[in-house]
Design a protein around this ligand. Structure first.
Ligand code: MGD
Ligand code: MGD
Ligand code: SF4
Ligand code: MO
Length: 728
């Protein structure tokens, strides 16, 4: 009689969002039975959500790509890896021979950031080719934070973390942590619950958002700012603090340079004018400024709501300035610098990107990549350097980025489009090749390069809990194989390819696959260069043997100053380009709505969506798999729109149709549409029609960017709203 299969319990961490929640997974015959939070995880035990709970459903997605698939007419046929790699390598090599290295490029999306091996090997391959056609999700997300960190602190990745448990005053600007968890370029597991605990102990929470969000519901004060005008609010707060002498004398004298330039800027600003711009009464701004400055511990936190605007970098900068002038950097309850297990600042500085300006727009790289909004023109405009072959690595930019229609048309124009993904989504519809990627439940990932984003010194080697389907491969392996097949030197370093081949031969001869060069080598190298904690270096063996991860020590203060990569280790508080741009904003009126487009398009996330994916997963969004147009009842009444009516939301760039939902949560004059919906999921294996839920609000956004960070102004779109038909 065959033995009954026995469920096994395994531990790992979720890689959907930076919270990196520890998971307890029960597995039977290589299938997930249950996923629960890992209460033994010393770092993340407080957090968990339905996305992590249902992760097994994406693994078993009925439309999952399970083998390489080659386009054949309107459909796809299965192919072997040998065929895929040979064809892609030959075509890319020919394109490079014809048009130079920039003929081949890549866009990488958000999930790539949760896999160190993916990013390391993708860059090794791109460096081998020598292409500058690199595009990243940062230009629809976090570029403002990189640009500000680089200018103020001397490294684009020197991003502060939130010291939540000691904070007395939270100023949350353009963030909705009740839904999105406390993360952007930082992560504080259970961050929102921890902030609420502080509130119960007397701390105050102020939420700045044009929408009364779930976070605003719990706040002591909600400021319904005019969208895109956070910079004016933050500048006014700084002006009050400096004007009334409420600044932290020690830090203003000893930690920063450029204070006279900052003072000159705020002296030129008029609080009443700024108040009118952000539409928050001046007396209220003064109160917030005084309370913030007087709180024993406080932090200002800025996020995507402020960043996705043409003024995003200025707002992000002024958020840092507010913390700096009130002495909140590197003090309990403020914003700390967490060095992480590796000196990532030094590692990135060792391998700086070659300075490069984009061919058409002439803009520099930000954190090693060009802006997504430039991609369509770089594909369609002839000339040397024209992009002809593109890899989409964990991305869905047609839905997550601006002007998806233009990008979709450009992708159709490529000679070669390769998508590495779990399923075929909207952006992959013109792909010549679909390459099957592992789900994170099927791969090992070391939280290494991003460990400084966590709010305490933490390391976790997340193990695969499932064996991947036989033809599914990890991204690092795909990039390594492509580099070998194209015969381009990995990392741009001569000699490495020969070494890799030699290790592969050795592995084959000895029957020990671990001897072949791969991601686990890089993981070990990283641990070998780890910092000391409590006088001791963490060792590979102990990290590899710790299923719940290891908190390496207490939260420490004092690393911020040491980590600065500026002259004299002083923060450059008033970079001239930020000051100049602020003066420009001060000289301009609040951007007026173009005729015919009186509304501003707001944006939201939902607890159970992850940007443009997971919406189709069964069991998530029981309330309805679609996004609505959220309108204030007074605005709706003026337009003759009732709850549930079908409405058309249009801009000069595009139009979408969806249902109206009336609510007093948005401020008047905005219509809020959740992003990430309206992405088709195709069925390349089964050939069934696409599945789609909701509408893609980013079709309404054009290629306008914040000039300082090149971030798409996705939250600054002006639109019209009209009723299409009465509700049934
Ligand atoms: N209007 C508006 N637009 C926004 C935002 C907003 O707030 N408002 N937010 C922006 C932000 S913050 C972000 S981060 C971007 C996201 O932009 P993107 O990263 O381009 O898009 P995602 O929707 O995250 O798509 C991720 C893709 O990766 C695939 N994937 C998931 N896991 C893996 C894996 O392990 N390997 C591989 N190879 N593929 C995988 C998914 O199936 C999906 O197709 O969207 C931005 N767009
Ligand atoms: N459930 C879930 N969690 C996620 C994600 C997800 O897709 N789903 N994505 C993850 C990712 S990639 C990221 S980067 C983080 C993002 O984390 P957050 O930045 O906190 O993201 P949101 O929840 O979109 O909150 C942004 C808020 O900004 C507001 N806003 C819009 N325009 C303006 C404005 O002009 N000024 C101000 N002050 N506010 C404005 C919106 O109304 C919204 O409430 O979340 C992560 N966590
Ligand atoms: S998606 Fe949910 S379970 Fe996964 S890391 Fe984020 S908060 Fe945790
Ligand atoms: Mo993001």
């Amino acid at each position: 009689m065959a033995a009954e299969p026995i469920p096994q319990t395994r531990y790992t961490f979720c890689r959907y969002c930076p919270a990196a929640c520890g998971l307890k997974v029960t597995v039977e015959e290589n299938r997930v039975l249950t996923i629960f939070p890992d209460k033994q995880n010393p770092h993340s035990w407080r957090d968990f959500c339905g996305k992590g709970r249902t992760a097994g459903k994406l693994v078993e997605h009925p439309r999952r790509i399970l083998t390489p698939m080659r386009r054949a007419g309107d459909g796809y046929v299965e192919a072997t890896w040998e065929e895929a790699l040979a064809d892609i390598a030959a075509r890319m090599t020919a394109l490079v021979a014809r048009g130079g290295p920039d003929a081949v490029g890549a866009y990488y999306g958000n999930p790539a950031g949760f896999s160190t091996s993916n990013l390391v090997f993708m860059n090794a391959w791109l460096d081998g080719i020598g292409t500058q056609n690199r595009y990243a999700v940062g230009s629809v997300d976090q570029n403002a934070a990189h640009v500000v960190a680089d200018a103020l602190y001397g490294s684009p990745i020197m991003i502060p973390t939130s010291d939540i448990d000691r904070c007395d005053y939270f100023l949350l600007v353009g963030a909705n942590p009740a839904v999105s968890a406390w993360n952007w370029l930082e992560s504080a597991p259970g961050g929102w619950q921890r902030a609420l605990e502080r509130q119960r102990a007397g701390a105050r929470i102020v939420v700045v958002d044009p929408l009364r969000t779930e976070s605003a519901d719990r706040a002591d004060l909600h400021l319904a700012v005019r969208p895109g005008q956070d910079w004016a609010l933050l500048l006014a707060l700084v002006a009050v603090i400096l004007g009334e002498g409420l600044e932290h004398r020690g830090d203003c004298a000893g930690l920063v340079t450029g204070l006279p330039e900052l003072r000159a800027l705020v002296a030129a600003a008029d609080i009443d004018d700024l108040a009118a711009r952000c539409d928050i009464p001046a007396p209220l701004i003064r109160t917030v400024a005084r309370d913030f400055a007087a709180a024993p511990a406080a932090m200002a936190v800025t996020r995507t709501g402020t960043a996705l605007h043409t003024s995003g970098t200025v707002a992000e900068w002024l958020g840092h300035v507010l913390n700096l002038v009130t002495g909140r950097m590197d003090r309990p309850g403020g914003r700390r610098f967490e060095p992480g297990i590796l000196d990532a600042l030094r590692i990135t500085a060792l391998a700086p990107a070659t300075p490069h300006r984009s061919r058409i727009a002439g803009r520099p790289l930000v954190a090693g990549a060009h802006a997504l909004s430039e991609l369509p023109a770089e594909i369609t405009t002839p000339g040397r350097g024209q992009l002809r072959a593109l890899v989409l690595n964990c991305g869905n930019p047609v839905v997550s980025g601006p002007d998806g229609a233009a990008l979709d048309a450009a992708l159709a124009d490529l000679e070669l489009l390769v998508a590495i993904d779990v399923v075929q989504r909207e952006s992959h519809r013109h792909a010549h090749w679909l390459l099957p990627a592992t789900h994170w439940l099927e791969r090992d990932d070391l939280l290494a390069l991003t460990s400084g984003m966590h709010d305490e010194p933490f390391v976790h080697y997340g193990r695969a809990v499932l064996r991947p389907p036989p033809q599914v491969r990890e991204e690092w392996r795909i990039f390594l194989d492509l580099a070998l097949a194209m015969d381009v030197p990995l990392f741009g370093a001569r000699g490495l390819n020969g070494f890799v081949r030699a290790t592969r031969r050795l592995a084959a001869r000895t029957g020990r696959p671990g001897l072949a060069f791969g991601a686990h080598w890089v993981d070990r190298l990283m641990v070998a260069s780890a910092r000391r904690f409590g006088g001791r270096k963490p060792r590979w063996r102990e990290i590899a043997a710790a299923p719940h991860g290891i908190v390496l020590g207490p939260r420490e203060y004092g690393h911020f100053r040491k980590a600065l990569r500026t002259e004299g280790k002083r923060v450059r508080i008033a970079p001239p380009e930020f000051v100049t741009r602020t003066r420009e904003l001060l000289a301009e009126p609040v951007p007026a709505a173009p005729p015919g487009f009186p509304f501003q398009l707001g944006n939201r996330r939902r607890r159970h969506s992850m940007n443009s994916w997971l919406n189709e997963i069964p069991g998530l969004h029981p309330g309805g798999k679609r996004n609505d147009a959220l309108l204030h009842p007074d605005d709706a009444a003026a337009l003759g729109i009732a709850d549930g009516d079908l409405v058309r939301v249009s801009s000069p760039t595009g139009a979408i149709e969806l249902r109206a939902a009336l609510s007093d949560r948005p401020r008047r004059g905005i219509v809020v549409v959740d992003h990430g919906w309206g992405s088709r999921v195709f069925d390349p294996r089964g050939g069934a029609g696409p599945e789609v839920h909701g509408a893609n609000r980013n079709l309404l956004a054009d290629a306008t960017v914040d000039p300082l960070s090149q971030t798409a102004a996705l939250n600054a779109v002006h639109v019209a709203v009209e009723r299409v038909q009465p509700s049934r």
